[in-house]
Ligand binder design. Structure first.
Ligand SMILES: CCCCCCCCCCCCCC(=O)SCCNC(=O)CCNC(=O)[C@H](O)C(C)(C)COP(=O)(O)OP(=O)(O)OC[C@H]1O[C@@H](n2cnc3c(N)ncnc32)[C@H](O)[C@@H]1OP(=O)(O)O
Length: 193
């Protein structure tokens, strides 16, 4: 059973999400938004999530639960599963070309996820109201038809690149801004770079 807080319900006047005309084609891999990201980067201990654009403002993602992701012996940590949901939901912003950060995320843990599992995630934006983006995701064990293990609903808030420049540690921000590939990725997120 799920008892969502009302802030995750789109208000009256919320609009249907719009896929940006330059969004990656359905089936295309999105790549990492930042190579040091715990969710989509390559560092050891991270999730190494692989995300593919879907139809509309939707996508799919996969990650393999490894020994570094354990909470109880042989089982994925709940925070790691929530991080996978957060990363998957955050990736939806590529399809809309907005930069947004998680304001609120609620997770239902439906069944335990053993180490070695390939978790298949599916996410979509449900509504947009001003800077607020409402979205939902489901994670299944083994593949798109597998049993549901986790579900989440979230509210993302649109921000400008300044959000990261103002708040991030200067070493990493300066390195990111000096990297043309990183700047290109930031622009791919933004409607008006
Ligand atoms: C070089 C860089 C490249 C970058 C590439 C892309 C990176 C992408 C990374 C993705 C990585 C993966 C993803 C991650 O892990 S993102 C990392 C985790 N998230 C964060 O760190 C966010 C931290 N929070 C903030 O910075 C601020 O609080 C934000 C920006 C979210 C809002 O502060 P801001 O001052 O801007 O706006 P506001 O306070 O006027 O609020 C605006 C509206 O929103 C409503 N509201 C707000 N919060 C909540 C809440 N909790 N529940 C319900 N509602 C909430 C609020 O009531 C208001 O509504 P209304 O009054 O208008 O109706």
């Amino acid at each position: 059973m799920s008892g969502r807080t009302t802030v995750l319900k789109p208000p009256e006047g919320a609009m249907a999400p719009v896929r940006h005309p330059d969004a990656p084609a359905p089936g295309e891999l999105l790549g990492a938004h930042y190579d040091q990201c715990f969710g989509c980067g390559e560092q050891s201990g991270g999730l190494r999530l692989r995300v593919r654009a879907g139809e509309g403002v939707g996508l799919t993602a996969e990650f393999t639960v490894d020994a570094a992701h354990q909470g109880a012996p042989g089982l994925a940590h709940g925070g790691v599963l929530t991080a996978a949901l957060d990363e998957t939901l955050g990736s939806l912003n590529w399809l809309q070309r907005v930069i947004a950060v998680t304001g609120r995320l609620e997770t239902d843990f439906v069944r335990p996820v053993p180490v070695g599992t390939v978790l298949h995630l599916e996410a979509r934006v449900t509504a947009v109201h001003g800077r607020k983006i409402y979205c939902a995701a489901t994670g299944r064990i083994g593949g798109p038809e597998g049993p549901v293990a986790v579900r989440a609903e979230a509210l993302f808030i649109e921000v400008r690149v300044d959000h990261f420049i103002k708040n991030g540690r200067s070493e990493e921000i300066n390195a990111a801004l000096a990297d043309p590939d990183q700047v290109k990725v930031a622009r791919a997120f933004e409607v008006n770079p």
